[in-house]
Write a new protein. Structure first.
Lengths: 187, 259
């Protein structure tokens, strides 16, 4: 799967528009949904995707296959682009209350979302198993991208405590994921 | 002032100023603990995007996005070329390109000089195997419209020195050039030279030699044709060598950067 991505990416670098389109088709919904989760803003999400794919196409962001999977790299770029736009864009941060009510239409071909489908149930359950404080920590740090001092302020913690708490929350999350995945395999 | 090790989270979330970020990246080179913490953060958060609820993109988004994307030309050498810092997955915003009044000009001057010297080759190349070129005009390529493209640019810095340099890999058709533009170099003695190295794993490859002028400036352009192909370079470094013949670094490394 990721080999296919690397192949497409390489062709795209050589100027092949169809390869970029294939990557777009494959990741559009995941990235869009991810930015909606980060920003709750549909307009911003589209802008972010556009910027991400411009960065890809113009090679302002470059993927290096020695540094891990293409999909991880792509979501990382997307996260930074989104955080950056959210920061500069606070004024039209429209809240999308019905976010979770959006119908889940499975109109996409299956190939593009295999990894997402495999992981989403486990990830959601694992997050649910965290304490409220831990959930908040992960949310403020990863999904809101806040600075350490803002996190300290919002959680009412000393600045120096934030890192330890965050690491603990993330490690708990990982343990839950491992346990859930183990459970699936055993079942 | 905050201890550098306390900046890991803010670095991860891109919350540092340009200066702080550069400082922290320098710190990262010598602090394995921070590197491990960053790696751990990446690893532990890698699957979080998959917890997003699926949301269908609005109608027509693909056409709008790809339409805008393909309107972008591939980047040509200019001042807004990305500066790729050590932490490569983080692409650079344009306003983050360090404001340097002189250097971009010098680099561009250097690139222009290279293009001039290579324009004959370039012309020959562009006129063989011509099919993919969309521009129907038969004019010879103009210098401003050359296909040169900065593939990567990094800032080199040293521990105990003011000396610094910009290294750029320029892709020109199928070829790659490495240019180095250094300043605040200490003067050389006798046959001493500054030697550029491209490093893969533990192995250094010679990648250009230069000397400093009386203003402490030096530059070199190196054709990467002479190096093994398809190598993922890990780092670029400049060392001071006793003469221009060192096959491996003999003298001290003055400055370096990961690639």
């Amino acid at each position: 799967m990721s080999n296919r991505d690397a192949e497409l990416y390489q062709k795209m670098i050589d100027g092949d528009k169809q390869s970029l389109e294939a990557l777009y088709d494959k990741y559009e919904k995941l990235l869009y949904s991810f930015v909606i989760k980060l920003s709750s803003d549909e307009t911003l999400a589209e802008e972010v995707l556009q910027e991400v794919f411009i960065k890809l196409w113009t090679q302002k962001a470059k993927y290096d296959n020695t540094k891990g999977k293409f999909s991880s790299w792509l979501v990382t770029i997307t996260r930074y682009t989104a955080i950056d736009q959210i920061r500069g864009n606070k004024k039209h941060n429209v809240s999308l209350q019905e976010e979770t009510d959006v119908p889940e239409e499975q109109t996409q071909s299956t190939e593009d979302l295999v990894e997402w489908k495999e992981k989403s149930a486990v990830m959601k359950q694992a997050v649910q198993k965290l304490s409220d404080d831990q959930k908040q920590m992960v949310d403020l740090f990863y999904f809101k991208g806040l600075s350490q001092s803002k996190i300290a302020e919002q959680c009412n913690l000393p600045l120096g405590t934030v890192k330890g708490r965050l690491r603990l929350a993330l490690k708990h999350l990982k343990e839950h994921v491992s346990a859930l995945e183990g459970g699936i395999r055993d079942a | 002032m905050r201890n550098e090790c306390d900046k890991v989270l803010d670095y991860f979330n891109d919350q540092l100023s340009e200066n702080e970020k550069a400082q922290f990246e320098q710190h990262l080179e010598s602090c394995s603990e921070c590197r491990e913490e960053l790696e751990e953060l990446r690893e532990l958060t890698a699957d979080l995007p998959f917890s997003s609820e699926p949301v269908d993109p609005p109608e027509g988004m693909k056409d709008r996005v790809l339409g805008a994307v393909f309107e972008e030309d591939e980047p040509v050498s200019n001042e807004e070329d990305p500066v790729v810092y050590m932490d490569e997955h983080r692409e650079q915003k344009q306003e983050q390109v360090p404001k340097q009044s002189k250097r971009p000009w010098v680099v561009r001057g250097l690139a222009a000089a290279l293009i001039l010297s290579l324009v004959g080759n370039l012309y020959a190349l562009t006129n063989n195997g011509q099919e993919q070129v969309s521009d129907p005009e038969p004019e010879p390529p103009q210098i401003e419209e050359s296909t040169d493209q900065v593939a990567k640019r990094v800032q080199l810095k040293g521990e105990n020195t003011q000396a610094n340099a910009t290294a750029a890999m320029i892709r020109q058709n199928e070829k790659e050039l490495l240019t180095i533009q250094a300043e605040q170099l200490t003067p050389l003695q006798g046959e001493e030279v500054y030697q550029v190295w491209l490093i893969q794993g533990e192995t250094p490859y010679r990648a250009g030699t230069f000397v400093a002028n009386e203003n402490g400036e030096g530059a070199v352009a190196f054709s990467m044709d002479q190096l093994p192909e398809d190598v993922e370079w890990d780092a670029v470094a400049v060392s001071k060598e006793p003469d221009a013949n060192s096959e491996t670094p003999q003298g001290e490394v003055v400055m370096s950067s990961s690639l």
